[in-house]
Ligand binder design. Structure first.
Ligand SMILES: [Zn+2]
Length: 644
């Protein structure tokens, strides 16, 4: 069984622990390819110098060479390659693409990988080209699935990678992924993408990854097979790829080319080496050129590995900081074909899909990078919730221009006179913001330039227009008295309006009616003046986090939401057998979850209930529904407070 557990996440990207028989590997990760026929950089060096955790080699090459084959069977793969970490093997599928065919049986090669002790073996899938016609691609998918079905019977203790094919047809990719997910497979390579990489068809590549991911079981690692150039790493990780392999480091070096995070450079055309790796720090371009080919090959390969591994580090850092989309957008600026790929992600069906996996708040502020930013899932969600969850409590609206943040402080003088039937709407660069939502992530936590691009402006204008649809827009041009004169008997309490609005955005429409009953006491921070704790009829129901302006739910609040919202709203359902465990305050493990509200997102507050819908505790989701139901390892919900 695959042991795979999410530690950190951002977009569809994830930092996971993946267990193999030769140790735990942290994703996302890069597997350098070792050619057993000509070892350029030894596995020992890969491990010590580049901190490679896992390597990949081709079992077909070993199988075809009598000496290598016999030695591998005799001493095992790990001794053959002198590597004590996990080793993945490929099956010869790529050779079948390069040479037209391979002379090995699809079962034979799986058995061989198993017998030489590969940690992760790969099926012999049918490589399908991007320009293949639909019928052939379909036939190849069927044959790939058939071979996978056969192969899993022979894997024994080896983890088996079953490759997703389907050319550039999204439906075929998704179907292949669904079929493969039903099998006892442990690892999912997305195959047939090398020609897309070579031709920089990143838009097609993005579609292939997304449609494969849509069909795949999310609880197992995904490997973008043959994609070794770091230019694609951030995008691929953001779309949910966990592993890459690189033969590119050697291939490019052999060709006197330097891999850079943003593209490739030819040594012959360089005066300066625009890189800070140990190789480029030690030598000049001229010195490298004057070297013996063999020495240069080796040094360029090292540079290529440094750059590739460094890109993985950047991505991990971005995931932990919650700004992976930003990294993807910034990278797209360096390559027009990547911009085409970002366009693909803006399709509605894909945005909907990404939104499922997007955390409700992040560690860092949202940074604007250009016209792509407005399409990020977190903004898409904000706009949706404005229409589906936020309740408009007023009949008239005053539109205010974007000001310094927080808006409510800047427009305090207006707020003080605000009658209850008037709403203040800030025409912000992220779309309309009812002023009581100004502290909620990502509104307060966003950094936008003074002027934004036209596309962002148009989208925001459209959303604003729709929002104002049923409201009478009034002006304050004649001074604040005109607003004051609209209605004097307001008795409006802005803090309460903020609480009601935030609660609805966070827990669903009318959640305020469930939570806020009788006497409401609001405790504010003495230093910042911000809302901290909320008591309703002397019961502590909510606390507001200063970092993202969202609420953490207390058990008294959870009780009220539980009796107000029908099953399965806001709930994570756990097996009855772990009732005591949860009541004891322990976290909810994925394997104990039997159902979950499809509306819950990572980092959402949730109600933990047993199979009979008895409330046990309140907690914070780490996974969404699809993930909770698929994962067998790791924590699904962090329990905060239990009933007992
Ligand atoms: Zn370098």
């Amino acid at each position: 069984m695959t042991e795979f557990e999410i530690k950190y996440r951002d977009c569809m990207g994830r930092i996971c622990n993946f267990r193999t028989r030769h140790g735990i590997v942290e994703t996302p990760n890069l597997l350098p390819v070792i050619n057993p026929n000509k070892i350029l950089i030894t596995s020992k060096e890969l491990k010590e110098k580049f901190r490679a955790q896992m390597i990949i080699t081709n079992s077909y090459i070993i199988y075809k060479n009598k000496d290598l084959r016999e030695k591998a069977l005799e001493v095992g793969l790990h001794n053959l390659l002198e590597f004590d970490g996990p080793i993945m093997t490929d099956s010869g599928t790529f050779q079948s693409y390069v040479y037209g065919k391979v002379d090995v049986d699809s079962i034979e090669i799986v058995k061989f990988q198993r017998d030489i002790g590969s940690d992760i073996g790969t099926i012999l899938d049918v490589f399908t080209l991007p320009n293949e016609d639909y019928e052939t691609a379909k036939k190849n998918v069927e044959e790939t699935v058939r071979r996978a079905e056969e192969s899993v019977k022979f894997k024994d203790k080896m983890l088996l990678a079953c490759t997703i094919q389907g050319s550039v047809y999204p439906k075929l990719r998704e179907r292949c992924a669904r079929e493969i997910s039903k099998l006892d497979s442990d690892f999912y390579p997305i195959g047939g993408v090398v020609p897309l990489m070579e031709n920089q068809q990143y838009d097609k590549l993005a579609e292939v990854i997304i449609s494969s991911k849509m069909g795949l079981d999310p609880s197992k690692p995904v490997h973008l097979f043959g994609a070794g150039h770091p230019i694609i790493f951030p995008l691929a990780v953001a779309l949910g790829c966990d592993f890459f392999d690189s033969s590119a480091y050697a291939k490019y070096a052999d060709d006197d080319r330097l891999i850079m995070p943003w593209g490739t450079l030819k040594l012959d055309e360089l005066d300066e080496l625009p890189c800070t790796c140990p190789i480029c720090s030690e030598y000049t371009a001229k010195e490298l050129r004057s070297m013996d080919k063999k020495v240069r090959f080796r040094l360029l390969a090292e540079h290529n590995l440094y750059v590739s591994f460094n890109e993985i580090k950047k991505i991990k850092h971005a995931i932990k900081d919650g700004n992976l989309w930003e990294l993807v957008e910034r990278k797209a600026v360096s390559n027009p074909y990547l911009m085409d790929a970002l366009r693909v992600l803006e399709r509605k069906k894909y945005k909907k899909w990404f939104e499922l996996f997007e955390s409700v708040s992040k560690k860092r502020a949202l940074f604007y990078t250009g016209r792509h930013t407005i399409h990020r899932p977190i903004i898409y969600r904000y706009h949706n919730r404005l229409f589906n969850r936020y309740r408009v409590e007023y009949s008239k609206a005053v539109i205010l221009p974007e000001s310094k943040k927080p808006f409510s402080r800047y427009y305090k003088h207006i707020l003080q006179k605000l009658p209850s039937e008037v709403g203040l709407i800030v025409n912000s660069k992220l779309g309309p913001v009812p002023i009581e939502l100004d502290e909620m992530y990502p509104i307060a936590q966003s950094i936008m330039p003074d002027k934004v691009d036209r596309e962002t402006t148009l989208i925001c204008r459209k959303v604003l227009k729709k929002f104002l649809d049923r409201l009478e827009v009034v002006s304050i041009e004649d001074g604040f008295e005109s607003i004051g004169s609209l209605n004097k008997k307001s008795g409006n309490n802005f803090d309460l309006r903020r609480i009601r609005a935030t609660v609805c955005m966070q827990f669903g429409k009318n959640a305020d009616k469930a939570l806020l009953k009788g006497k409401i006491d609001i405790i504010k921070s003495k230093s910042t003046g911000k809302i901290r704790n909320i008591y309703s009829n002397n019961k502590h129901i909510l606390s507001m986090r200063a970092s993202d302006g969202l609420f953490t739910l207390k058990i008294a609040g959870a009780r009220r939401l539980h009796s107000f919202f029908k099953f399965p709203s806001l709930r994570v359902v756990v097996r009855n057998e772990c009732r005591d465990f949860i009541l004891d305050g322990k976290n909810v493990f994925s394997k104990f979850v039997i159902d979950c509200d499809p509306q819950l997102r990572p980092l959402d507050e949730c109600l933990i209930v047993d199979e009979d819908d008895n409330l046990l505790a309140v907690g914070r989701c780490l996974l969404n529904r699809i993930e909770m139901l698929s994962f067998n390892y790791g924590i699904a919900v962090k329990t905060r407070e239990s009933l007992s």
